[in-house]
Design a binder for this molecule. Structure first.
Ligand SMILES: Cc1ncc(COP(=O)(O)O)c(C=O)c1O
Length: 467
């Protein structure tokens, strides 16, 4: 994916701010100065400053110019939780009403559904492309497509992966009915009921649901609020147990929004090699970076076939486009069988639509605008939470995606908080749905994947009064 034009100057400013060379209050060069220096247009410089403001790094003072922000960007991230490697049965007290949208007719302010909101789904683009496809291909769309997916679509996905240095082999690629189906297939390809697998803790409830349905046992591996997935903890777990697989989200983990460095990704891979653990990698948020280049998946570094990587269009286009993919590495033969048994081919209309969108520049244009909007939303939401929730509330500033993981002070009556939010029509995702244990009872997740109307801003302020 191409860099934004403004990165020629924002990268330098950003680096200087993050490394403390430019202190809060430091006056930054004017639009005119930067235009001269970089020989670029005024609108590129203005877009760049807008982007730096969206990231919370810069503030504009009317009639004076741009300054390094006084605001502390990472607000008091939650402390690391102390967990031990315990093998648990996947017994889950889920509350689907709180974790998925019921669209109950009542106008709710929902911050609990991790998918683009109605105003950010590229509706016109998707519907127009679907209509074109139907017009052009007619009855051809009514036949069976290859069970593993259309060749053309697979080639498009392979080309895109190559832009972030990831080489996928067409013989290891399966088109699936969304990311969760890809995960289901991946797990059934590497383990069976009763086996032990490792998962991130916290872990999104839908992934835990799949684990529960497959009757697997789990060891929850803590995700450290500062450093991400606890690699040493995984090593210990593998020393004392036969761990068949680990499910990881190295790029913008849901719910913390953390991004692993390449060193951390390599460390994970080396444990997988040492203990022969299949690494099932969720890359569903990988395209939604706020800054810098699109991060690589772990798959990029794997030459053994032990990594199974999956993604879908649910987070980047629309959750109703039921289309995902799985690069199954060494496990392809079994994955193909499972996929076939689940009903074979994914809807040809979705396959052709996604193939067309991903093969041109249309998707890139959409994603650039979407990422920019998300970066702005993240900044706005963090500030709203920090300004309105009680002292002692802590949170992690996400590096991408659209989730914020919030911890309430220890003395919060969390049940009362949810009850009162529900009464006034505000919904967050409760922390207890992110684990089979009670570790995250005082946490909740806020999704910022829709435009912020005044009503939604007021909803967060109202919820804060009940905390
Ligand atoms: C980590 C993760 N995996 C999978 C899914 C589901 O994706 P899909 O709708 O493509 O099945 C979600 C969204 O809920 C998610 O957050």
């Amino acid at each position: 994916m191409k860099a934004y034009k403004f990165e020629v100057f924002t990268n330098t400013i950003e680096k200087n701010i993050r490394e403390g060379v430019f202190k809060p209050g430091h006056k930054l060069p004017s639009v005119r100065e930067l235009k001269e220096q970089y020989q670029t247009s005024i609108s590129t410089i203005q877009n760049g400053y807008e982007y730096l403001m969206a990231c919370g790094l810069v503030e504009s003072v009317p009639k004076s110019g741009y300054y390094v922000s006084n605001r502390v960007e990472v607000l008091n991230p939650p402390q690391k939780v102390n967990q031990r490697p315990v093998v648990r049965d996947a017994i889950f007290k889920h509350h689907l009403g709180l974790t998925t949208s019921l669209r109950a007719g009542r106008k709710l302010s929902e911050f609990n559904v991790a998918a683009p909101g109605d105003l950010l789904i590229p509706q016109k683009l998707l519907l127009r492309t679907m209509q074109q496809i139907i017009r052009e291909q007619g009855a051809g769309l009514l036949r069976y497509y290859p069970s593993n997916g259309s060749l053309e679509l697979k080639e498009t996905i392979i080309k895109r992966a190559a832009t972030h240095q990831t080489i996928l082999n067409p013989d290891e690629l399966l088109i699936t009915d969304g990311a969760l189906q890809a995960l289901f297939i991946a797990l059934l390809s590497v383990c069976q009921a009763g086996d032990v697998i490792a998962v991130e803790s916290p872990c999104v409830f839908s992934v835990l649901e799949v684990i529960r349905v497959l009757n697997l046992k789990v060891i929850e591996i803590p995700v450290d609020p500062q450093t991400g997935f606890d690699v040493d903890f995984l090593r210990k777990a593998c020393q004392n147990n036969i761990v068949k697989a680990a499910i990881v989200t190295p790029n913008f983990h849901n719910p913390t929004g953390l991004l692993l460095t390449n060193e951390q990704k390599l460390a994970l891979l080396s444990i997988a090699y040492q203990y022969n653990v299949a690494l099932i990698e969720n890359d569903i948020y990988g395209d939604l970076n706020f800054q810098g280049p699109r991060p690589s998946p772990i798959k990029r570094f794997d030459d053994s076939g032990l990594v199974l990587s999956y993604s879908s269009c649910a987070k980047t286009l629309a959750p109703g486009i039921r289309l995902g993919w799985l690069a199954a590495g060494n496990y392809m033969q079994r994955a193909e069988q499972v996929k076939f048994a689940l009903g074979g081919t994914v809807s040809p209309v979705y396959q052709e639509t996604v193939s067309r969108l991903l093969s041109g520049s249309i998707y890139d244009r959409h994603i650039r605008a979407f990422r920019m909007q998300l970066a702005k939303n993240a900044h706005l939401t963090i500030n709203l939470l920090a300004d309105n929730f009680p002292q002692g509330t802590s949170m992690i500033t996400p590096a991408g995606g659209y989730n914020i993981w919030v911890k309430m002070p220890d003395d919060t009556d969390i049940t009362r908080f949810y009850d009162r939010c529900e009464k006034v029509g505000v919904r967050f995702t409760p922390g207890y749905t992110f684990s089979f244990s009670s570790t995250f009872d005082k946490y909740f997740r806020v999704v910022f994947a829709d435009k912020f109307s005044q009503k939604r801003i007021d909803a967060i302020k109202l919820a804060a009064q009940y905390s």
